[in-house]
Design a protein around this ligand. Structure first.
Ligand code: ADP
Ligand code: MG
Ligand code: ZN
Length: 485
C-alpha cells in the first residue's frame, strides 16, 4: 500500500539519529571513531559511566548540530541545556543518558521533500544532541545459555536527533525524507550518514485514523529499520495492519514494534503499560549553553552552497540534468568539478566527463573523490586537448588513466604517444587491414548489423592505440564497405 485506503488517513512522523563526525566523543576525550577497534578499547571512566566523573561538552558536536539546524531552516535559540534521561538498561552505563529535553539546540525548521518534481513540506520539530549508548550483542553461550556481550566503544559517541512533526503521509514520502536528509548531512559533512553502519538510524511513528475522525495521540513507533527500503516496507506493513484493525472497529494500541526483515512484519517490543517514565531533569554536571548570535552567524558563513543552487547553476550553463543529479550525490566530486570548471573547462563537457570517465577510473582504483591526485587545472587541460581534437575520447580515457598512474601532465603524455591520427592516408591502410582480417564482421555489416561497424572501429582504435580520430575512422570504413550496411 502506498497511500491511505479510502476513508482513512495516515499520519507519520520520523525520529532520525545521526552519529556526528567528530574526533572525540561527546563528553570525554576518547576517539569517536571506533569502527575498526577491538571491543571496549575506546573507553575511559567518563564513557564507562563511573561514579564521580565529570563530563565536558564537545564544542564541535554542538557546532555540527547547529549547522544541521541551519540547513533545515531551524531557529537556533540563544539558550539550550542538557538534561538527564533516566532509564535502566544494560546498554546505558550510567543508567541515564545525557540528552536534551525542553531546550534543544534547534527548533521549528522544515525540509521540502520532492517526489516526482512535486514538493511537500515536512516540518522539523527539533534537532537535539545526546550521547550514544553501548552496543549489546545477544548470543548463545557455550553452555547453551543466553548471554549478552557488551561493547562500550559506542557509548558516549555524539548522537544528534532530528525529530519531524507528523506531516508525512506515505511510506514513499518517509523514505524520500530520509534520503534527502542523508544527502544534506553528507553535503555539509556532519556525518557519513551510512545506514548500514548505524551512522543514520531512523525510527518511524505511524497511526491510521478514519478520515472523518480527528487525529488522536495514539501511535505505533517502529524501530530496527536499517535501509530506506526497510523503512518504507515497515511503514506499508504497519499501515495495512492498522487499517485492518480500524476496519474491524478495533482501537489503536500505543506500542513500540520492531521491524523483522526476514518475515517482513513488525513485532511488538513494548506496550504503553511498559513505557518508561524518564524523569528528565537538568544535567547538574554541565553548564547551560549560551549560543551567541555571533557563533550562529559564523557557522552560517561556513555552510557550502546547497545542492539545489549548484544544480541550477550547472544546468543553466548547459550541463545535462541527469549528469548533474549524479554529480551532486558526491560533495567532494562536485567540489572537484567546480574547480575544473574554474580552471577554464567547458561546463557540460566537464560535468559529463567527470561523472562518467573520471568516476570509472576512481571506481577501478578504489579511490574516493576527495583523493583525486590530479590538480583540477590538469584535468581542465586534458578536456581542452579533447575539445580541440588533439586526442580522441578513447585516448583521453587512456591518458587519464596514465595521469593517475604516473602523475604526469596530460600534454606530456599525449606528446609522448603522438597526436591523434586524422590523416586519411594513414588511417586508410589500417582500415583496409581490419576489413580484410574480419570477414565475419564485414558480412554482419552488410546484413545491417550496426554493432559490426562499432566492432571494426574498435579494431582500428586498438591498432592505433586509441589515437585514431573516431569520426574519420567510421567515415572511412563506411566508404570502403560501399556506404549503407
Ligand atoms: P513521544 O512523546 O511518544 O516521543 P512525540 O509527540 O514526542 O511522542 O512525537 C514523537 C514522534 O512521533 C514525532 O516524530 C512526531 O511527529 C510523531 N507523532 C506524534 N503524534 C503522532 C501520531 N498521532 N501519529 C504518528 N506519528 C506521530
Ligand atoms: Mg520521542
Ligand atoms: Zn571516554
Amino acid at each position: 500500500m502506498t497511500s491511505a485506503a479510502p476513508g482513512f488517513r495516515v499520519v507519520i512522523g520520523l525520529e532520525a539519529h545521526v552519529q556526528l563526525k567528530t574526533r572525540s566523543k561527546m563528553f570525554c576525550a576518547c576517539p569517536a571513531d571506533y569502527a575498526n577497534a577491538e571491543p571496549n578499547t575506546r573507553v575511559c571512566p567518563v564513557c564507562l559511566g563511573m561514579p564521580g566523573v565529570l563530563p565536558v561538552i564537545n564544542r564541535r558536536a554542538v557546532d555540527l548540530t547547529i549547522l544541521t539546524g541551519l540547513v533545515l531552516d531551524c531557529r537556533i535559540p540563544e539558550h539550550a541545556k542538557f538534561d538527564r534521561k533516566n532509564y535502566a538498561y544494560p546498554d546505558l552505563m550510567k543508567w541515564y543518558q545525557i540528552s536534551q529535553y525542553d531546550l534543544p539546540l534547534c527548533v521549528n525548521g522544515h525540509l521540502d521533500v520532492t517526489i516526482d518534481g512535486s514538493a511537500d513540506r515536512v516540518r522539523i520539530r527539533r534537532v537535539h544532541l545526546e550521547e550514544d549508548t553501548a552496543k549489546l550483542t545477544h548470543v548463545t553461550a557455550s553452555d547453551g545459555a543466553p548471554a549478552s556481550l557488551i561493547d562500550v566503544n559506542r557509548s558516549g559517541a555524539p548522537l544528534m536527533e532530528v525529530v519531524t512533526e507528523p506531516d508525512i503521509k506515505t511510506p514513499a514520502q518517509a523514505a524520500a525524507f530520509g534520503e534527502q536528509l542523508r544527502g544534506l548531512l553528507r553535503w555539509i559533512g556532519v556525518s557519513t550518514a551510512n545506514m548500514d553502519e548505524g551512522a543514520l538510524r531512523i525510527d518511524a511513528n505511524v497511526s491510521v485514523w478514519p478520515a472523518d475522525h480527528p487525529v488522536g495521540a495514539a501511535k505505533v513507533e517502529i524501530k530496527n529499520m536499517n535501509s530506506f527500503r526497510a523503512l518504507s516496507r515497515a511503514l506499508a506493513y504497519e499501515i495495512e495492519r492498522q487499517t485492518e484493525l480500524r476496519r474491524r472497529g478495533g482501537a489503536l494500541v500505543q506500542e513500540t514494534r520492531g521491524w523483522d526483515e526476514a518475515s517482513g512484519t513488525t513485532l511488538v517490543q513494548r506496550t504503553k503499560e511498559e513505557a518508561h517514565d524518564y524523569r528528565y531533569f537538568p544535567e547538574p554536571d554541565l553548564p547551560p549553553l549560551h549560543v551567541t548570535r555571533a557563533r550562529v552567524d559564523q557557522l552560517r558563513a561556513q555552510l557550502p552552497r546547497m545542492p539545489d543552487d549548484v544544480a541550477a547553476d550547472l544546468t543553466s550553463q548547459g550541463a545535462p540534468s541527469a549528469d548533474v543529479a549524479e554529480l551532486l550525490h558526491d560533495r567532494a566530486l562536485t567540489d572537484y568539478a567546480q574547480a575544473v570548471i574554474q580552471a577554464g573547462a567547458d561546463v557540460p563537457a566537464a560535468v559529463t566527463w567527470i561523472v562518467h570517465d573520471l568516476r570509472r577510473v576512481l571506481n577501478a582504483r578504489g579511490l574516493a573523490a576527495d583523493a583525486i591526485p590530479i590538480p583540477p587545472p590538469e584535468l581542465a587541460a586534458l578536456l581542452q586537448l579533447r575539445a580541440n581534437g588533439s586526442v580522441s575520447s578513447t585516448m583521453a580515457a587512456d591518458v587519464l588513466d596514465e595521469m593517475f598512474a604516473t602523475g604526469k601532465p596530460a600534454a606530456a603524455i599525449v606528446h609522448a604517444r603522438g597526436p591523434q591520427i586524422s590523416a586519411a592516408d594513414q588511417l586508410l591502410a589500417i582500415a583496409r587491414q581490419v576489413i580484410q582480417e574480419n570477414p565475419q564482421a564485414v558480412s554482419d555489416y552488410h546484413a545491417g548489423k550496426q554493432r559490426a561497424l562499432q566492432y571494426l572501429m574498435g579494431q582500428v582504435m586498438r591498432l592505433t592505440r586509441g589515437k585514431a580520430n573516431p569520426g574519420a575512422v567510421s567515415a572511412l570504413i563506411e566508404q570502403e564497405l560501399g556506404g549503407t550496411g
